[in-house]
Design a protein around this ligand. Structure first.
Ligand SMILES: Nc1ncnc2c1ncn2[C@@H]1O[C@H](COP(=O)(O)OP(=O)(O)OP(=O)(O)O)[C@@H](O)[C@H]1O
Length: 261
């Protein structure tokens, strides 16, 4: 797994060819190994942008480059060796075991019906271990809790050995301990990460850069401190936001109230 940079240039998207655009042109550059948080109110276009980046929504205009590769110009299998995604929708293969689901991450490296090799097995074992799933490797996916399923999906995506990992709300379903575990893991990996997050304090703590979106537009891109100011958060989310500095960590912490009308 080697991290690669992500360059998004003038990417727009709308459903079908003639429908109005849902994503207005978006551009940013993320260095290899950095973590980008995509934030914004409901319906801002976060998932739509993520879908263009993980090669599901074909952009109306623009380019998505991972390292030197334009991912929409690559065959799907080659793109899947570079970009993996963990989505909110989970697979319906409830009868598959945890180990079998994680093994699906190796599919982009297999030709035809070849059986997994020793390297595949070692990677799958390593991911089961890393995500604390070893003890449930033989359990059916359908018998797991929401948080356990989320960890399985992260393990499957990492087994793909991507250069870029896209996560749509990765902390959904997770209790506080497992939220911290997943965020810690994210920071630790040698992979570039794009993640949507609703919790702005989690985003500020876990991400190097923030892309703020609203109504399909890019409003700001920069460090959490620069982008998530009281004024900007209050205006974009239609709340009264206050930002304080926590001691002793020195971290920013936002609190929110309904605006006085
Ligand atoms: N395939 C589609 N066809 C029509 N409209 C769509 C399609 N996909 C998304 N939309 C619309 O685009 C807008 C942005 O949706 P998107 O899911 O990208 O927002 P989001 O920021 O991820 O929202 P949330 O925080 O609520 O998950 C929404 O109004 C949604 O209904």
């Amino acid at each position: 797994m080697t991290a690669a940079s992500l360059t998004v240039t003038d990417v727009s998207w709308g459903p079908g060819r003639a429908a109005p655009l849902i994503l207005q042109p978006i551009s940013f550059h993320l260095d290899a190994g950095r973590v980008l948080g995509v934030v914004g109110p409901n319906g801002a276009g976060k998932s739509s942008l993520l879908r263009v980046i993980y090669r599901f929504n074909q952009p109306r205009s623009g380019k998505v480059e991972v390292g030197d590769s334009e991912i929409w110009a690559l065959p799907p299998k080659a793109a899947a060796q570079r970009v993996a995604a963990v989505l909110q929708e989970q697979p319906t293969d409830f009868a598959l075991t945890v180990a079998e689901i994680v093994a699906l991450g190796r599919a982009p490296y297999r030709s035809g019906f070849a059986t997994p090799g020793a390297r595949d097995a070692a990677i799958i074992e390593g991911m089961l271990d890393r995500l604390d799933l070893y003890s449930m490797a033989d359990r059916a996916f359908g018998t797991l809790s929401g948080g356990e399923r989320q960890r399985v999906m992260v393990a499957r995506a990492l087994a793909q050995e991507p250069s870029l990992l896209v996560l749509d709300e990765p902390t959904n379903h997770l209790d506080i301990r497992h939220q911290l575990d997943v965020l810690d893991l994210i920071r630790d990996l040698d992979v570039t990460i794009v993640t949507s997050l609703h919790d702005l304090n989690i985003a500020a703590g876990a991400c190097d850069e923030i892309l703020l979106m609203s109504e399909g537009r890019q409003l700001a891109f920069g460090t959490p401190h620069d982008v998530l100011s009281e004024d900007t958060v209050s205006r974009v989310f239609n709340v009264a936001a206050r930002r304080e500095t926590l001691t002793p960590s020195g971290q920013d912490h936002l609190t929110f109230h309904l605006p006085v009308s």
